[in-house]
Design a protein around this ligand. Structure first.
Ligand code: PMV
Length: 328
């Protein structure tokens, strides 16, 4: 009898401190600039991949419901790549469970493709290093390469497929830094990040953002190593504003902010002026990620809950890397 080709893996999403926006190669998801992030240990995706002998369309089951359309197609395209590497042709059944709301700028695709890469490679008996898995996950979603290594992670942009990977600059225990996320909307965003990346170069600000990103990565890495919250706050906010400036000046422009986004940003700046160590960042969505030391995370969550327009608040400290786990 044939051995069952099945494996399960888990991965956390990550929040970028220095953003990835725009590719030098859309197909390979080779980024225009290096980036830096922290895995979010409180949120995770668990994925089981089962490869069958028969050929045919892959199936995707997300939180118990079959998924069709572009999300399934994207998983299938990714699995074609893994199958090509392993020399296997059979179809796959992918069962994924996550507590991350999809499409609202909470990096659900990062955790999804990191978990999928680990599970699919293991199911086909491939023994890949963390770096190779990071490179593989990048083909599914750029930021997924940063969910592979643990803790605080840097993505080396690279200029070839095999040089563009992420590695850990510090383990999760290095710094009890919290991300308190103000959810303003759980609506699926109208323009996804793949399309956003394609538009980036139409902004006159893009080239300058890309040219100055390596310096911001270096300053951010230093701030993390020194656990210097003030330095981190300054560089993280600057970088998030840069990315949204590029989005807003692209053709056609991309506005991810909602009125409540501004309300939260202003509140965060006011709290910092009053002495509370907080800093904001945003991904491709209206929700605001408020970074702070763990000691003040409850206080930050309480304050965010009172800001008009905030629907709910999630909080997470640093998380580990993607890994294989037993099927539950
Ligand atoms: O990996 P993607 O294609 O979902 O792009 C992620 C882009 C941002 O979340 C907006 C920034 C980042 O670096 O994570």
């Amino acid at each position: 009898m044939e051995a069952i080709r099945r494996a399960t893996a888990q991965a956390h999403p990550n929040i970028a401190f220095i953003k990835y926006w725009g590719n030098r190669d859309d197909q390979l998801r080779l980024p225009a600039n290096p980036s830096l992030s922290m895995n979010l240990g409180a949120l995770r995706t668990i994925t089981t991949v089962t490869f069958l002998e028969e050929e045919g369309p892959d199936a995707l089951i997300l939180n118990g419901s079959p998924v069709e359309g572009p999300a399934r197609d994207r998983v299938e395209a990714f699995l074609h790549h893994v199958r090509g590497m392993a020399g296997f042709r059979g179809r796959a059944v992918v069962e994924s469970n996550t507590d991350i709301p999809a499409g609202v700028g909470l990096a659900s695709s990062a955790a999804a493709f990191a978990a999928l890469a680990v599970a699919a490679a293991a199911a086909l008996g491939m023994d890949l290093s963390e770096r190779e898995l990071s490179i593989l996950a990048r083909l599914g979603s750029g930021s997924a390469c940063r969910s592979m290594p643990p803790g605080f992670v840097e993505w080396v942009a690279g200029d070839r497929h095999e040089d563009s990977y992420a590695y850990s600059i510090a383990p999760p225990e290095h710094w009890a830094l919290w991300d308190v996320i103000a959810i303003l909307s759980e609506q699926h965003k109208a323009v996804g990040s793949s399309e956003g990346h394609r538009r980036a170069a139409t902004s006159p600000l893009h080239a300058l953002r890309v040219a100055t990103a390596p310096e911001r990565v270096a300053r951010c890495r230093e701030a993390i190593w020194r656990r210097d919250f003030e330095a981190l706050a300054e560089i993280v906010e600057t970088d998030a504003i840069w990315m949204h400036a590029v989005m807003m000046t692209s053709r056609p422009p991309l506005f991810y902010w909602e009125p409540a986004t501004i309300t939260v940003l202003q509140a965060v700046r006011r709290w910092r002026d009053e002495g509370l160590p907080v800093a904001f960042t945003l991904d491709a969505g209206p929700n605001v990620h408020v970074l702070c030391p763990m000691e003040v995370a409850d206080e930050v969550a309480r304050r965010l809950q009172r800001v008009p327009g905030v629907r709910r608040v999630l909080a997470s400290g640093p998380g580990g890397g993607a890994c294989r786990i037993p099927r539950s």
